[in-house]
Design a protein around this ligand. Sequence first.
Ligand SMILES: CC1=C(CCC(=O)O)c2cc3nc(cc4[nH]c(cc5[nH]c(cc1n2)c(C)c5CCC(=O)O)c(CCC(=O)O)c4C)C(CCC(=O)O)=C3C
Ligand SMILES: [Fe+2]
Length: 375
Amino acid sequence: MAEQLDTSPYDALLLLSFGGPEGPDDVVPFLENVTRGRGIPTERLKEVGQHYFLFGGVSPINGQNRALLDALRGDFAEHGLDLPVYWGNRNWAPYLTDTLREMAADGRRRVAVLATSAYASYSGCRQYRENLAEALATLTAEGIDVPRVDKLRHYFNHPGFLRPMIDGVLASLADLPEDVRAGAHIAFTTHSIPVAAADTSGPVEAHGEGGAYVAQHLDVARLIADAVREETGAEHPWRLVYQSRSGAPHIPWLEPDICDHLEELHGQGVPAVVMAPIGFVSDHMEVLYDLDTEATAKAAELGLPVRRSATVGADPRFAAAVRDLVVERAAAERGREVTRCALGALGPGHDLCPVGCCPARAPKPAAAGADSVYA
Ligand SMILES: CC1=C(CCC(=O)O)c2cc3nc(cc4[nH]c(cc5[nH]c(cc1n2)c(C)c5CCC(=O)O)c(CCC(=O)O)c4C)C(CCC(=O)O)=C3C
Ligand SMILES: [Fe+2]
């Protein structure tokens, strides 16, 4: 068997995602699942519920995961990879625990996990690992012999994640009226998280203020901005900004917010802005509401032309990147020398999250890390 087709020791890939409601009756139970024990203010929950109701109670995330599943299965089949792909979510059906139960029943013993979150941080990494550990504990209590799960490394700097976003920013610039295009700024945007969570997302000593979370996003922003300059020959000033803040107002979260940033740019006479949601793998509700609805309305009120660039979604180049990550990790697990594909200044991320990596406030068991009982 050719090396690039060899995915052993893995016998399955699990696409692990956030999950979202599929109709009005799902919205409140979904929000209860997401916020269980997390102290989100009720006001914020009502507001977030409204965002979903505005779209018929349907989050776009499930449809996008189905499309990604198709893209992954298509890519694997086309390249001769005999690896079944399953899908499970942390907060809505199909639930992770049910999917892992099905995988165990199908005889899967060693599972590679792709989370639909590209960066470090408690919310984007450890929380997924905690949910894996919870699911494995539940199944073990049911008497099931659970498979081993390995989470694939963070892929923010993989070219198959970057290239579709570069094309997206180029397309958004091209879509702006010609008279404002040359002066357009790029606002790279991601989910705000508490400053304390950013600082512990990867050591501040190694990454500076904002930890790995901010450093990784800055690296992605720089890579995209450089590629755009190379392609267009024009310099578009850029900044990393944030969106979708929640939590109590007295707790510091990463700033500035995209809407404040648009206002500031407008005040400076900037003629147009491309909003590039690099923090999201597909067009989640955060993108549809916080950017396409709220920030776009803000821009209209200011008279500031804006465009929102595409997320990676089910782009075939992203599916190919996932194949690369699986084959790479499989080879590493077989003890082979591997070349880990990564652009930018930070290099490829770790395969195994080190002990204490992106800690939770209250320690909980997490799978697929150096401190895991399951790996
Ligand atoms: C870093 C990050 C990502 C990106 C990485 C990743 O993709 O995982 C992400 C993704 C998502 N977040 C999502 C939804 C929500 N996140 C919430 C709350 C929170 N997110 C946080 C962070 C992140 N979140 C944080 C620090 C909180 C507050 C406290 C907490 O709970 O930890 C809340 C509660 C209400 C609110 O506070 O807004 C909701 C409903 C959906 C589904 C959207 C859809 O349906 O399309 C997706 C993809
Ligand atoms: Fe979130």
